[in-house]
Unconditional design. Structure first.
Ligand SMILES: Cc1ncc(C[n+]2csc(CCOP(=O)(O)OP(=O)(O)O)c2C)c(N)n1
Ligand SMILES: Cc1ncc(C[n+]2csc(CCOP(=O)(O)OP(=O)(O)O)c2C)c(N)n1
Ligand SMILES: [Mg+2]
Ligand SMILES: [Mg+2]
Lengths: 329, 329, 329, 329
């Protein structure tokens, strides 16, 4: 495959463009995604290429945005709706939770809802408590939609294309702190199957389950620990529903140790489910307590000093890994 | 708001009029049977009767083509039957059987049969309105001339979903008709204590669309007003809000919630029975002889009996069966 | 203390009445809570005693209900708002998640928000996917409010009174399937501190962490297993935030085995957090894998047969307990 | 909408007029400094400037008593300063310092100082409106004659929260004034592409309350119209919706989002500078001599320098510090 480096935001943009070219049922809607190409520029240039009919600026009406995406999807379209910040998903809470994931089921399979709801959460943007939230565990708790949490440009593109083609509703959660990172993305078209975790780095001593942005923190820590003779395996789930239990469990069976690093709140976060799966299904293989590193259980503070300490980081991860390494097999 | 059948019926074909009569009787008998079966414990869950409001569903749906769409509510049996769902499949759904419109998974409040244009029903008050807008958006983008009707109650006009959806539909000039069934109560709460507008139809001003009040017990008036709105929508001129004033004879749901309506009010509205009014009109204008109507009534009785028998004899879904319908896989 | 048996619904009603008598800042608002005393009759008689100013029927406007409760609370009142079904919390998602739990924090402690949001979830009501949800784990994941999940009349009354007096926002989650159960409630006033789990039954062999309604299932199972010589300890958290980790961990340290039974979805449910806590903090004491029994990861189906199988039950619990008992200390 | 200062100013005291001038200059200079410091990297996070719109905040707040309340938005610096927050504490908040109005935890978008009547600011578009209604409810229930102002933009009138809140306020006749700052754009989206109503003020019809359009660059007109609404509210006659037409000179936030407004449009509005208009009026009517205004301007420069110094020298909160403010304990 031809290798080139593009940013996460470019990868997303390519995915949208390619899918819109491929399938004319695909269209976009959201606040400020058209004329200015989105406040984060993910949809840049698409209004120019596809026009106002397929790249629709909407009023500030999150309920209507998600609701209209659902309606268009059940009537044969392939809407990709953008909710500007993950926080605002809650402004569409009823459509998001009571409708989107339930319609197929409630109608006995008569309808399908192939809508994608794209959104992003930021990190280190110091945007305070109403513009910094990330609560993927709630979405995992609600059956009926798929959830993507790409950590690299490669995954972002491949997963978004798959989500658009998939017949199920998808919540596609981007990380604004990754928008500008670069990574290799082939020129050729590719898709990433939904429900396959990716081992971002192989290792034997400890499994680090890293979510979204935290994959990069884990990789950096793993590199440093290699020098100290600790071999870290980094598991990136890539999708939270379907959740690839097998890759997780296989890794823990191999390493016997699990550290979780996630940028959502610790209590009842994604890591809780991960730890619970292991406590249920790989209990005998575990040689050390599980450690969860997550955002503190407080709303995101504005002040950068407090905010930076609110999130888990590489140092905390290295310490946690060393701690579980003290337990012998 | 005309208190008598002011509008001329000469332009309406006998066939349409008789079909209206048939549908209204069908709904009435169906609902009477539901009450009976509910009390007998044969119908589980929660259900809401449509008795007294038949002219709205029938007047509206008679103005639609089969391939036009409606979206319905918690009080949806009348809409489903008026649009053409066979009583067998609706009854089986209420019984929670595999042969029901939603395979017994949805129940009373989620009736869906896209083949006849019942594209979705939501039990969330106001919930179907944004989705209807999305269906209408799909019609427009697909260059189809179908129109979409969203039914909802007076109470629903106080939801944020109503507001966002009507605004979006107007901005995008979508082929959707918003039919508010104003039966003066949301459960126990009278419109005067919940809707601040002088008239619900006035809310159309906020969206710069026509807002019309009709006598919801006059099937002819409902029909004609809907026809106008349908034509406007098909011409690409956008949505209409219709406020149809009517009344429910039964309590909110199947069980008694205490007194909140004056007995005289209920009685007065029963005097204005929409079915009797159509019958009187058909007979007084000499459009049909009484025995034709009696035959219709007889036919309906048989259909209802048949529907109950069909439902009773149908199989219940089990957990493994329903599990298939969460995702498209 | 004088013992008498009253229902859960009566206990709630008494709590509201007593607090309204005690503190005139306490007032109620919600849909149909006034004239008819609530669709579940929790507020029965309060409109008569306290009048329309303090028992406020609202329009169907969940966002305005929660928002107005917040506003009244920051301005010195003690609102107790009712959201009729837990499903509809999502119609107020923005106020519920982005405002209610964050305002105190975001304002650097300048404001407090002593509002209580009461809601209920049903079990075995066959009300389908939009009227049967229970998602407490999401609320646990969001820091800033307290969460009560009472399982008995005694707890219901004592916790509701404490929640009303508490200076923090509370989400008070009732279970409609418990409304009619009776239990001892003293005549004398009492409060239950928030954040104290209750050991509903002591035992030595296995800890059953049971949530809300499932406490009764666990107690019944425990009784049966006693005959077979298995000693079951039943831990009822009573509040999910503050979460009483200590009682849980002490119990697991004692028994070495943990089975969780909860009526919410399994994946990323409350049980995930419970299992994770144990995997982190009581790992060395665990002698068997944790087992989580929960509602299936599908939306609630309507059909009673499928619905009943969708929930965990006593039989499944007994089997799970027997399974963990096979692991020796 | 008066394009010149049509309304007579003879009834307004010189003191009030000079205070208006002072406040408008204060906001202008504050915002200019914020832009500068933001570019210099001294102010973190996201912030939205109020330059060009000063007459709205100042006209409205001048019509209020100190103990009346306002609720503000993401674009809130002007509201805070107009209502009387000292620039030191606002600047320190923007810097994320402990001495800020929210102790550095809230940042630009959550300014709160109940002592001077800034009771809360929300960064969610439309988010403060239901809360304002709740504050007004508390005023009414506490038999206080204070009024409450909710500020929001044109874009906010498309949110469900706006609709639910205005309806509730009208039904309950609450002392709240809804001030829509129509600056014609929500980020990049022009009102003509997002608000379906002919005029935003028309939306008042849906709630049966007065709806008024004012020239938002005419501080006198804003002031007088607000006074009327305030009197109405204090008399217990309920809410008013005021649409103040104005324009923001800067981009939506602190960074450039691409061209979406004609340059000529921006220039034309700059010609209609609200501050220059007041100054011209004061001088042409001979109300004050120019040196009085120059002195005010000088005083403001000093205050701003002092505020920056104060902010710079203040301490940053750390994680332990902010953790105290999540709960009342
Ligand atoms: C968002 C939401 N809130 C509350 C309810 C509970 N509920 C069901 S029907 C109903 C009343 C609806 O009144 P209206 O819209 O007038 O319709 P009607 O029942 O009179 O036909 C309520 C409050 C609900 N289903 N959804
Ligand atoms: C519910 C919600 N949706 C989207 C946003 C992102 N956003 C912040 S400001 C803004 C535009 C607001 O426009 P308007 O109400 O006209 O106020 P203005 O910025 O023009 O003062 C948007 C879309 C938000 N903060 N909240
Ligand atoms: Mg009604
Ligand atoms: Mg604006």
């Amino acid at each position: 495959m031809a290798a080139r480096e593009i940013t996460y935001v470019q990868a997303l943009n390519e995915a949208l463009r390619e899918e819109m070219r491929r399938d004319e049922r695909v269209f976009l809607m959201g606040e400020d995604i058209g004329i200015i190409g989105g406040v984060f520029k993910v949809t840049q240039g698409l209004y120019e290429e596809f026009g106002p009919e397929r790249v629709r600026d909407t009023p500030i009406s999150e309920t209507a945005i998600v609701g209209a995406a659902i309606g268009a999807a059940i009537a044969g379209m392939r809407p990709v709706a953008e909710i500007m910040y993950m926080d605002f998903l809650m402004c569409a809470g009823d459509q998001l939770i009571n409708h989107l994931p339930k319609i197929r089921f409630m109608t006995g399979g008569k309808l399908k809802v192939p809508a994608v709801i794209r959104t992003q959460y930021g990190l280190y943007r110091y945007a305070a408590a109403q513009h910094s939230q990330f609560y993927p565990a709630f979405l995992m708790n609600i059956p009926g939609f798929y959830i993507e949490v790409p950590s690299t440009p490669y995954d972002a593109k491949g997963l978004l294309k798959s989500a658009i083609r998939d017949e199920n509703p998808d919540i596609f959660i981007e990380c604004a702190a990754l928008y500008r990172i670069k990574g290799p993305v082939p020129e050729e078209e590719y898709l990433i199957p939904l429900g396959q975790a990716d081992i971002k780095r192989e290792g034997n001593d400890v499994t680090v389950f890293a979510l979204s942005y935290m994959v990069h923190v884990a990789l950096s820590a793993a590199k440093k620990l290699e020098a100290e003779g600790i071999s870290v395996e980094v598991v990136d789930p890539r999708t939270l529903n379907p959740f690839d239990k097998r890759t997780l469990i296989e890794s823990v069976k191999k390493t016997g140790r699990l550290v979780i690093i996630e940028p959502d709140h610790k209590t009842a976060g994604v890591g809780a489910e991960v730890a619970a799966i292991v406590a249920e299904e790989a209990y005998e293989y575990l040689n050390a307590p599980v450690i969860r590193l997550a955002a503190e259980d407080i709303p995101p503070p504005f002040s950068p000093k407090a905010y930076n300490a609110f999130l888990p980081n590489e140092e905390k991860l290295i310490n946690a890994i060393k701690k579980v390494m003290k337990y012998k097999r | 708001m005309g208190l008598n059948m002011s509008s001329s019926i000469s332009e309406i074909s006998k066939e349409v009029l008789l079909d209206m009569y048939y549908k209204m009787i069908l709904i009435r008998r169906f609902e009477e049977k539901v009450v009976e079966l509910y009390r007998a414990g044969e119908i589980p869950g929660i259900a809401h009767g449509y008795i007294g409001e038949e002219a709205v569903a029938v007047g509206v749906c008679s103005a639609l083509r089969k391939d036009d769409y409606i979206l319905s509510t918690h009080r949806g049996h009348g809409h489903s039957l008026a649009k053409g769902i066979h009583p067998r499949y609706l009854m089986a759904e209420l019984f929670g059987r595999k042969t029901g419109v939603c395979k017994g998974i949805g129940g009373s409040m989620h009736s869906t049969e896209p083949e006849v244009g019942v594209i979705f029903s939501s039990a969330i008050v106001g919930g179907n309105i944004p989705i209807a807008v999305g269906v209408a958006l799909a019609m427009k983008m697909q260059r189809r001339d179908n129109v979409v009707v969203s039914f909802f109650g007076d109470g629903a006009t106080n939801t944020g979903a109503f507001h966002e959806a009507l605004n979006l539909a107007s901005i995008w000039k979508l082929p959707v008709i918003f039919v508010c069934e104003n039966n003066f109560y949301a459960i126990s709460t009278h419109v005067s204590r919940s809707v601040a507008a002088k008239e619900i139809a006035d809310r159309a001003v906020a969206y710069n669309i026509p807002g019309k009040v009709v006598d919801g017990n006059d099937v002819i008036e409902v029909y004609k007003t809907t026809l106008e709105a349908v034509e406007r929508a098909r011409r690409g001129e956008g949505p209409t809000l219709i406020e149809a004033r009517t009344y429910r004879w039964l309590d909110h749901g199947m069980y008694y919630l205490g007194p909140y309506r004056p007995k005289e009010e209920v009685e007065a509205w029963k005097q204005r029975c929409p079915i009797k009014r159509l019958k009187d009109l058909l007979l007084s204008k000499g459009i049909v002889a009484e025995d034709v109507l009696v035959n219709i009534e007889r036919r309906v009785e048989e259909e209802i009996e048949d529907a109950v028998k069909f439902a009773r004899e149908s199989e219940e879904p089990d957990l493994d069966f329903v599990k298939q319908f969460v995702y498209v896989r």
